[in-house]
Structures are given as C-alpha cells and as structure tokens.
Design a protein. Structure first.
Length: 244
C-alpha cells in the first residue's frame, strides 16, 4: 500500500454564523483522499507566505470559488461581476508563481484555472452570457454532478492522456472563463461554443493541468475520466518529479 503523500489545497474565507471562517468544499478533499493523497487545506495567507506554504507538500490544488478581480488583468469590472476576494487572489497568484519556480505538480480547477491564467499573464471572460458570441449555458440550474456538455480535448495532450479520452462530457458551474490564454500556457480543451475548458504547461519541467469543470464532483461517477485525472495527478506527485 502506498503511503499518503501530502498536497496543498487552497480555500476561501466566509462569514458563517457570525465569524470569519476558512471554507473549502469537501468534494475536493474526498476526491484527493480517494486518489491516495493526503489533502492539507491552506488558509488564505499573505503573498509573502506562499513559498513557505508549499514546504513539505508534493503538489498543489487550486480550487473553485469567487470571481477573480478584473483589476488583476487590467480590465474594468463588468456589471455581472460577482463577489471577489482580493486577499485570496493575491495569495493564489503568489502560490502559482512559487509552484512554477519549484516545478511543483499543480492541478487547477474552475476558478483555479482562471487565477492561474491571470497569474501567468492571461485574461478572463468576466461573464460568458453577455461577453461571448453564441454561448451555451455554463451555469445552469442543474446538479453539481450532472454531465451537461462535451469537451473537445487536444489529442496527445497531457490532459487527454490523463483523462483517457478526447471527448469527455463534463459538469459546468461557472460564468467566467479563460479569455486570452497566458503566453506560457497551451490551450488544450474547448467547449462546443469555443470557451476554453483546459490548459496545461507545454513542457516537461512542470506538470500543470487546469480544467474549467469540477472533476472533484465526478471522481466517483461511472465514467472513469475524472477519476483518471486525479490518478494522473497522484502518479506524478508520488514520483516527486515533474515529467509528463
């Protein structure tokens, strides 16, 4: 039996029952533990703490949550912009930079892929319904585990190899998305309307995969794709090296 390998999992803060509390959806920790990893939830800290926060862990998971402040990519706020969290934005941008410098395996999910793209110089679509031409619905009134649209994944990409398919059907719970892909990233998946659904680091010096859907909600489903993604992350984390 493999020993559990610790990975850092980002969180947000929220006022619950009158107190400011740390919060992360349990689905992330369940999926990671189910994949044989030991999830350690990170509080929202100052950016200067980001590098030290990654000491002792073998991977990083950037989770979903609030909208990213458009000031981070030099754009005025859209009327449909939702809640933002300046402290979380700053800390997670610093985490991305620290993980890149270390070559620390990184899995970015939903907001996670958005903040990663911004951290590396990309932009976002602030509101798909009003800013995108002929969009499909990405944030409908459906269950979190509902697979609602297909994604076309680039053949031979790290993401395609991890999923074990080039045509997964995924869930969808977002109104923002990656806009201009950061210069250092490769776009490797799109929804039927062209919205970016997956990016990755294109060379073997950093295992980094980012997806716009929520695989943590689907890891126990009949379809193996999302379970495969977590297994691929686990494999590279256990190896302790950054190869494809």
């Amino acid at each position: 039996m493999h020993p559990l390998v610790p990975v850092a999992v980002t969180a947000t803060t929220e006022i619950i029952r009158g107190a400011l509390r740390l919060r992360v959806n349990v689905a992330y920790t369940q999926a990671l533990r189910g994949a044989g990893l030991l999830p350690l939830v990170l509080p929202v800290l100052a950016p200067e703490d980001a590098d030290a926060a990654l000491d002792g862990v073998a991977g990083l998971v950037l989770t979903g949550g609030e909208d990213v402040d458009p000031a981070r990519y030099g754009t005025a706020p859209h009327p449909k912009l939702g809640d933002v969290h300046a402290g979380r934005d700053a800390f997670e941008i610093a985490l991305v930079q620290a993980a890149r410098a270390r070559g620390l395996p990184t899995l970015a999910i939903c907001r996670g892929v958005q903040i990663l793209n911004v951290a590396l110089g990309g932009t976002l679509v602030q509101d798909i319904a009003t800013e995108w031409s002929n969009p499909i619905v990405h944030d409908g009134d459906w269950a979190r585990k509902a697979r609602v649209h297909e994604v076309e994944v680039t053949p031979g990409s790290r993401l395609a190899r991890a999923l074990g398919t080039e045509r997964p059907v995924v869930n969808s719970m977002h109104h923002q998305a990656v806009g201009t892909v950061a210069p250092s990233l490769a776009m490797v998946a799109r929804a039927p309307d062209g919205i970016v659904e997956g990016v990755e680091w294109p060379t073997d010096d950093w295992w980094m995969v980012g997806v716009q859907w929520h695989p943590e909600e689907l890891w126990a489903s009949d379809e193996p794709w999302d379970r495969n993604l977590f297994a691929a992350f686990t494999e590279v984390v256990r190896r302790g090296v950054t190869v494809s």
